[in-house]
Design a protein around this ligand. Sequence first.
Ligand code: IVH
Length: 692
Amino acid sequence: MQIKNVGKMDLKTVEQQHKELTEKIREYNKAYYDEDNPIVSDAEYDRTVQELLKIEREFPELSKNSVTQEIGGKPAEEFKKVNHKKSMLSLANAFDMEDIKDFFERACNFLNIPEPNFTVTIEPKIDGLSFSAMYHNGKLQYVATRGDGTTGEDVTQNMLTIKSFPKVISHPNLPEYFEVRGEVYMTHANFEYLNKERLEKEEALFANPRNAAAGSLRQLDSRITAKRNLNYFVYAVGFESHEIFLKHSDYLIFFKEQGFNVYHNIVTSSNLDDVEKYYRDMTLKRSDLGFDIDGIVIKIDDLKLQRRLGSVGKTPRWAIAFKFPAMEAITHIHDIKIQVGRTGALTPVAELEPVNIGGVMVARASLHNRDEIEKKDIRIGDYVKVIRAGDVIPQITSVILEKRNSTSQPFKFPANCPVCGSEVYESPNEAAIRCVNRITCEAQIIEYLVYFCSKNVADINGLGERQVEFLYRNGFITSVVDIFRLSKKNDASLTKLENFEGWGKKSVSNLFESIDKARIMDLDQFIHSLSIRHVGAGISKLLAQTYLTLNSFLNAMQKAALHPQSEEYIHLINTNGIGEKIAHSIIEFFQNKKHIDTINELLQYIEVKDYEVITSTSILTGKTIVFTGSLTISRPEAKAIAEKLGAHVSSSVSKKTDYVVAGDDAGSKLKNAKELGVKIIDEQEFINLANG
Ligand code: IVH
């Protein structure tokens, strides 16, 4: 081994010290992990690791293959981010056989076939958290959590604490990159053991095995993860440089051969009755499995069909979750409180006598709006049925009228905003009741500030609900622009932030650092940050993809806001995925001068990057296509193919149309295209273009 920069220290001594410390740590690890019997205190362990790390910082060459790189090394400060090479989707839900039939019908319609002629796999839906394990040339490269589906966290060290997890895989035709996806979970037995231990140590209990599994996998100290005994099942292939099998079920067999855990009873069938039977069987077996499942999953087995079907938003058209019915309990409503949100909507929330529903303690349930309370006649003091289904927020389904007190009165929805006292109004075409005071209602201001800082928007670390409220109440920030002036304001103010309780020097400087990071925003992030009603992350991305730069977005929106008949407005409303409701809401936003002023002010402090087009360009990118006549592929599939390649699909032919794809019996659109001299192609030519 070659060591540079030895300086004063003698090389032999350093190497010797490194070796001795390594041996010590290995011994400690063995006792801790394998024998479950630590021989030193945590503090002593940490000190030894620190000592070793100190040497390695000075002589980085020594850190190669060091024990500090293995499980049980010093916990990372935070997880590394991993960009998924292929998005991790979620599943749409079905709750009865009708929904399952609809799923099959939708798939048939999309594929333009009269009857399902395909097989599906039927598997349990494991209630844990998903992971993705990437193998590079057969060697495990990293394991990541799902995160937001696009970016997850690197939890390799933690996953490796599951001893049986394969670190190498092989196949004669193994792709360079090969990703295996599955679910990490905790068994009931491990969960109970863990909570018992936590109870003894007076630590907070985990609400259910899924939370415990998530808390354990997303644990910075992998020594703790190791103690939690996590389990996993794999359920699908993820990214692969090239395909090795034609069927999903063949991948499952391959995974099993490679030593992965695959649930032992996965059925392949083309019969709907088998879906129902599997569902019924699993409902009965559920409580004896020893781990939580929250339904079953049905997937079309043929991978070519899966690719053709693609996905709508974040859910594939080729798979569906058939969920078990929600779990329910009866409890008492202590009070009904009204919350005022970022858009001024008054949301009633029932405060409940805490009740355990399927392992989760539930103390509050949203009542959504006034209509909901009236429809169900929910009153303070009532006993109610509460259900919880998977991730869904607890819902009150009905009132137990026999238990109602004879003196009880219907709930009176307030006529004024409970925060600022302003009047409230019923927004047209919506069930929401809103506070009129959009400018100075404190609840709306604070909620918007919190929203702006949140992870999915400007992502300002260290500015959560509590901190935002503190800064607002103490006059540090009153608008989003103030966030970017905070450090200046702090310099000038008499009582500096670092002098307030809970705001040390370090946390203030960390905060300013996160604010500085937010000074450069992606276009979709910026659009999302405006808090335009009905414009969430997905629509923001769509708008960014459509307009590409901030200037063209702002120019187009301002023109559209001025003239409802303008070209810009027509373009906006015709953008696939936008539609009238969203377009109106955007226009309304840009008609308000105050919003334009805030944007201009904000832009003095932040920079908005142009949208980066990631889809590879094809001959159809940016082209406008019109489909007409009957095609052998379904319209939705034709549209999906075109849009995947960056084309815009329009329903009418104009001078701006690049291609008209004409099937049999095409009528007036074809005639129009001929008159305008638009290029006309048939279905096969379109498919050829799409295939490049
Ligand atoms: S397939 C695109 N199969 O359920 C479909 N998911 O909402 C990818 N899950 O995020 C998922 N068991 O974490 C699939 N047998 C199974 C599953 C399963 C559990 C989870 C997974 C996914 C979520 C879907």
